[in-house]
Structures are given as structure tokens and as C-alpha cells.
Design a protein around this ligand. Structure first.
Ligand SMILES: *Cc1c(COP(=O)(O)O)cnc(C)c1O
Length: 395
């Protein structure tokens, strides 16, 4: 029989780990993939087992073989001490934060954070007596000046949601740890494949598995991996709230994981190709893609990241709103919709100016966020070119 990696401590390449992590064919009649276990009750063998809970599975909310397989695989991929799976990416963010904070704490959140994260901080966290202070995502080690005695958590996200600011995660982690605070990162864009979070100083790494892990826009899932310092409280908080993921979503995510490195490499190549093409267009004033040399955060990206993905933004020249609507409304291949990381191309207009508080969002023109899918690149360019013609005609 094959060696299923259990007990083998040889360093293995990324592709090998993605293929083998979290699999137990020997426990399921040789079948390669862990099936979908649905269930609440787990029968215990005797009275003693009910008391000691000395069994692999206790109850459905605490994990099933499907859930455990993905937890283990993600822990290995992330270089973490452990992982919990949540029903959405946003749930992963909220459970990670709640595993750290208590009433009276102060937390630091980048002004460029995923907007629903702000809504959670400004609503639920405030009600629980936790103060959120938004900071300039480009502060780097300068964040030391914002640390207070009661600062328990520094949240990061790189690149920033929609606006793609590149944060200096190692410098922020060093400053936060010096004051005894933990560091969480929303790592959805790069995934652990292109940014190994715990190696770079992150204690709690969040991934919206809804995006590249799933890869097909057919599931909702969140993952939080944590190092040894942060994992016990994360697991305890997760268990207390029973914020568990669905078994079918976990199965699909495991399936997605096996091909994730191939899909990400393709997303990277396509994202760069479309971004570079857009950068040359007369309708475009700026492309916000950290892997382009023109991006202000390019040096940090090059130092800390192992790759880039297929999501980036574009600032147009100052066209009127109705012209942007004409661009969007006639698109045949780019769908208008939220989320990303699937096989199809998407675009959304965005404007951060109404809710950012620590920085100003004044890009000088309308902003669009693109997700590049697997359609032929010439077809995608033709779709955008026709859109630019409508943009000019409606101006
Ligand atoms: C989509 C997204 C999330 C939330 O994921 P859901 O599964 O949609 O809740 C969190 N962070 C980032 C950066 C995202 O893009």
C-alpha cells in the first residue's frame, strides 16, 4: 500500500502536500477521497466513553471525518498548529476576533479592511465593550505608536480590500508582539500558497474558502488557521459558538484543494496579463495590482509574497457615472457580482470614500474591481474594448 504521509516527516513540495494532505484512504476501504459525513449523533461504545469523551468524534458540531480532513489539510498547508472551519469567510473573521478580545480591549483594524469586518467591529464588538481604532494600512512598523496597554489584537489584510494597499505584515507583527498583542490577517487574496502567514508572524490567518479554495462559486466556507499561541482560545471559542461549516461545503473545498496550485498559477498569469493590458489603455489612469512594478506596494509584495492572484482594481480617468454604467451594462462575459475566485470573470464598481475614516479614498476617477476567470483572454479583452467604446460614447 501507498504511504499516506502519516509518519513521514520528509519535507515535501507544495503540489505533493496539496495532493496528500488530510487523506485517510486506509480508513475508508481504500477510497481516495473522504466522503461527506452528515450527522448529529455519534454513538459511543459504552458508558465510560460517554463520560471521558475518549473517542475520535463526539458530536456533529465538533467535527466529522469530512471536517477533520479539511482542518488537517489546511493546517498542514498553512504551517499552523490547528484550523477551524466556519460557514463563511465572514464567520471566520468574527470567530477569530472573538477568540482574542474581551470587554475593555482596544483593537487595531486597517482602514482598508473588508467592509463587513468593519460592520462587525462597529456594531457587535462595540456593543460588547471592545473599541476598534482604524489605522492607515501603510503604517508598517509605525503601528507601534498606536499600541495601547489594552490593545489585544491587530488585524491586517494584504492587499487591502478593493483598493489593494500592500501592508508590511512582518513589521506590523513585530510591533504588535512587542506589546503583547496578537496579529490576525485576512489572507484570502494570496491564500497560504502565495503568502505563508504564520512564517511571516501572523497568529491567526483567515481565509474565505468561498473564493480560491472552492474555486467554482458553488460553496460558502471560512477557515481560520492559528499558531500554537492562538489556537487553544480559537478552538474553545469556536466550540462554544458551534459555528460549524456544512459537510458538503467542506467536501467541495477538499476537492478544490487538490487542484488549487494549478488554478492559482493560472489566475496569476491571467491577472497579470489583463492588468498589464489595462495599464496601457488610454481610458485607465491607474491599475492597482501589487505584482505590477508600478504599484506603490510592489517591493513589499516581492519581498513577502510568493505569487499573485487574479483579482485587482482599476481607476478610470474621470468619466461620469452614466458612462461607467454604459460600460458595465453591455458586458457579455464579465458578470456583475460580488465574491470572486471562481472560473468566471467578474467586475464590480466600488467607492470606499463614504466609510474610510483613517485615510482618504480620492482616486480621481471611477474605480472597478476585476476578477479574471478562465475564458479566453482575447475574448475578455474584446468584451472590455467594446465596453470602453460604450464608455466613450456615453461621456
Ligand atoms: C469574500 C471575502 C470575505 C468573506 O467571505 P464570505 O465567504 O463571502 O463570507 C472575507 N474577506 C475577504 C478579503 C473577502 O474577499
Amino acid at each position: 500500500m501507498q504511504n499516506f504521509d502519516e509518519g513521514s516527516r520528509k519535507p515535501r513540495g507544495l503540489g505533493t502536500r496539496l495532493v496528500h494532505a488530510g487523506r485517510r484512504p486506509d480508513e475508508q476501504f481504500g477510497f481516495i477521497n473522504t466522503p461527506i459525513y452528515r450527522g448529529s449523533t455519534v454513538l459511543h461504545p459504552n458508558a465510560r466513553s460517554l463520560e471521558t469523551r475518549d473517542v475520535p468524534y463526539v458530536y456533529g458540531t465538533k467535527g466529522t471525518p469530512t471536517i477533520r480532513a479539511l482542518e488537517e489539510a489546511w493546517t498542514e498547508l498553512s504551517g499552523a498548529a490547528g484550523t477551524v472551519l466556519t460557514p463563511s469567510g465572514l464567520a471566520a473573521i468574527t470567530v477569530a476576533i472573538l477568540s482574542v478580545v474581551k470587554a475593555g480591549d482596544h483593537i487595531l483594524v486597517p482602514d482598508s479592511a473588508y467592509r463587513p469586518t468593519r460592520i462587525f467591529c462597529d456594531g457587535v464588538l462595540k456593543r460588547l465593550g471592545v473599541e476598534t481604532e482604524y489605522y492607515d494600512p501603510l503604517l508598517g512598523g509605525g503601528i507601534a505608536a498606536l499600541m495601547r496597554a489594552r490593545t489585544s489584537l491587530v488585524l491586517t489584510e494584504a492587499p487591502g480590500s478593493q483598493s489593494f494597499e500592500m501592508q508590511d505584515i512582518p513589521a506590523i507583527a513585530q510591533a504588535a508582539h512587542a506589546e503583547g498583542a496578537l496579529v490576525a490577517m485576512d489572507n484570502t487574496w494570496a491564500t497560504p500558497i502565495f503568502f505563508p502567514p504564520h512564517e511571516r508572524g501572523v497568529d491567526l490567518a483567515i481565509e474565505a474558502g468561498t473564493k480560491y479554495l472552492g474555486g467554482h462559486s458553488d460553496l460558502l466556507l471560512g477557515l481560520v488557521s492559528a499558531n500554537a499561541r492562538a489556537f487553544p482560545a480559537l478552538r474553545e471559542t469556536f466550540d462554544a459558538m458551534a459555528m460549524c461549516a456544512g459537510p458538503e461545503d467542506a467536501f467541495l473545498a477538499l476537492r478544490g484543494m487538490r487542484t488549487m496550485s494549478l488554478r492559482l498559477k493560472e489566475a496569476e498569469a491571467r491577472g497579470l496579463a489583463l492588468a498589464a493590458w489595462l495599464e496601457q489603455r488610454p481610458e485607465v489612469s491607474q491599475v492597482l495590482h501589487p505584482a505590477l512594478p508600478s504599484h506603490p506596494g510592489h517591493a513589499i509584495w516581492k519581498r513577502d509574497f510568493l505569487g499573485s492572484t487574479g483579482l485587482f482594481s482599476v481607476i478610470l480617468k474621470p468619466y461620469p457615472k452614466k458612462a461607467v454604467a454604459a460600460f458595465l451594462d453591455g458586458l457579455e462575459l464579465f458578470g456583475l457580482g460580488y465574491s470572486w475566485g471562481g472560473y468566471e470573470s467578474l467586475v464590480i464598481p466600488f467607492d470606499c470614500s463614504s466609510y474610510r475614516t483613517a485615510t482618504r479614498w480620492e482616486p480621481g476617477g471611477p474605480a472597478l474591481r476585476f476578477q479574471v476567470g478562465l475564458e479566453d483572454m482575447d475574448d475578455l479583452k474584446a468584451d472590455i474594448e467594446a465596453g470602453f467604446a460604450r464608455l466613450a460614447a456615453a461621456s
